[in-house]
Design a protein around this ligand. Structure first.
Ligand SMILES: Cc1ncc(COP(=O)(O)O)c(C=O)c1O
Ligand SMILES: N[C@@H](CCCC[NH3+])C(=O)O
Length: 450
């Protein structure tokens, strides 16, 4: 019996996935069940997905995504949730999220394109970026994005310079509240030593630069602390700091800003037993903190919004690899799989840890400690070091990594000219292709020189 999953029983497709507070402690979708030696997600055996679509393959549980989106919508309300497209995006996903009442945070003309193609109205998107290109901005302005988040005073000038004559654009200011939060230094974005946003101490000059442009309508403030944050306290601190900045803007500039976007970063369990951030608790604590802080400043409480990415799609995704080679050295046993850092750079970038498991057959009971590595020409292409897998693991076996729905596909590359894997949606016992596997021909198409 597996420690990773609930009891091995098939999921009746009629069992509703509970909404409400997010469960913490399991990296698997709530529908995941062990059946014999296999795992079924939304009633679909992972071995069947691998047989039909090949490996590596990304599997996304539609019901899990929708339930997570609905939970956010319930606790943060209409116009309160902008899914961060950078975590993963494709047209079907946009449609699910739009159905569930979410908006979307996009960072490029490409992410915006997918949002629009998926049917999300442009006014439900907001555009981010530390270095928005003129092409990004023109696409955003042409589509009519709801908000543009200005990263710096220069960004304000750039946006204003590209707006068509007579147009007005609602904007937020991205500020740096000086809070250190996030699972790794490379994903902390609210400290003074990194490149995003403008220090809260410099807000007056930032506001003045924005107000100098009649085409920019300043409606609110924004901050984003970092990613994979599993405690509520940093968000409470952010609410407190940002309420202070709202008061300062009112006092110094006579402007009452009506919106506050506190970004994303909500953590999930990547391995069994790890904590995740509870959305209901987060919403409750944030609202209380913000109300108290605004009361203290005599401010009206602004409209609150958040930008979760990982917490919406991360636990809904599983990636399945096939074992290519088993290598025993005096130091380690290497399980070499047919993917690697080109489809999941997270372990190499952040030392991210996962809990892979064998699927597709009944294994010997005993476990051994192995290191799962990828196929790439880098010693650092380690997907999971020192993890338990069955003693009889062998070439041809399937290895599944849960918590793979966010920042895998979206950060995938073509290193070693390896085509990127497909994304398959599962729901009610059926699997359907959302994003096809890239081909070697796709890769060759851009190579136009002689
Ligand atoms: C501005 C902004 N909003 C939202 C997110 C989403 O973060 P996460 O996927 O950790 O929720 C990010 C990425 O960290 C971001 O940079
Ligand atoms: N890419 C990071 C998170 C950073 C998100 C963007 N600010 C990860 O995989 O954990």
């Amino acid at each position: 019996m597996s420690l990773l999953l609930p009891d091995p029983q098939p999921t009746p497709s009629s069992t509703p996935v509970p909404t409400g507070a997010h469960r913490t402690g399991s990296p698997w979708p709530r529908s995941a069940r062990t059946v014999g030696g296999d795992v079924r997600v939304a009633g679909v055996a992972l071995a069947d997905v691998a047989a039909t679509f090949g490996t590596p393959v990304h599997v996304l549980d539609e019901t899990e995504v929708r339930a997570r989106a609905r939970t956010y919508r319930e606790h943060f309300g209409a116009d309160g949730v902008f899914y961060a497209a950078k975590a993963f995006t494709c047209r079907a996903l946009v449609r699910w999220l739009a159905d569930e009442g979410l908006g979307m945070d996009v960072c490029s003309a490409g992410e915006l394109r997918t949002a629009l193609d998926g049917g999300l109205p442009a006014h439900r998107t907001l555009l981010h970026g530390v270095a928005k290109s003129p092409a990004d901005l023109r696409a955003a302005m042409e589509a009519g994005v709801g908000r543009i988040v200005l990263d710096s005073p220069d960004d304000a000038d750039l946006v204003a310079s590209l707006l068509p004559a007579g147009a007005r654009q609602q904007v937020l200011l991205r500020l740096v509240p000086g809070i250190s939060a996030g699972a790794h230094p490379k994903v902390r974005t609210a400290t003074p030593d990194q490149q995003f946003g403008t220090a809260t101490a410099d807000v007056d000059g930032f506001v003045d630069r924005v107000l100098a442009h009649r085409s920019l309508e300043l409606v609110g403030l924004h901050c984003h602390l970092g990613s994979q944050i599993t405690e509520i306290a940093p968000y409470q601190e952010a609410a407190l700091v940002m309420a202070g900045v709202l008061a300062r803007v009112r006092n110094r500039h006579g402007l009452v800003l009506r919106e506050l976007d506190l970004g994303g970063g909500h953590g999930i369990a990547h391995r069994p037993g790890e904590p995740g951030l509870d959305v209901a608790d987060l919403a409750r604590c944030l609202r209380r903190e913000l109300r108290d802080a605004c009361d203290a400043h005599g401010l009206r409480v602004p409209h609150l919004s958040v930008e979760p990415g990982r917490a919406v799609v991360g636990p809904a995704g599983v990636v399945v690899y096939r074992v290519a080679v088993l290598k025993r050295t005096p130091h380690r046993t290497f399980v070499v799989v047919d993917g690697g850092m080109s489809d999941n750079p997270r372990p190499a970038l952040y030392g991210a840890q996962y809990a892979p498991r064998l699927v597709g057959r009944v294994a010997a009971g005993a476990q051994q400690t192995v290191t799962v590595v990828g196929r790439h020409c880098e010693t650092g292409d380690v997907l999971a070091a020192d993890v338990p897998l069955p003693v009889d693991v062998r070439p041809g076996d399937l290895i599944a990594f849960p918590a793979a729905g966010a920042y895998h596909v979206s950060m995938a590359s073509n290193y070693n000219a390896v085509p990127r894997p497909p994304v398959v949606a599962v729901r009610g016992g059926e699997a359907r292709l959302l994003v096809r596997r890239e081909t070697v021909e796709d890769l060759g198409r851009r190579d136009v020189g002689r």
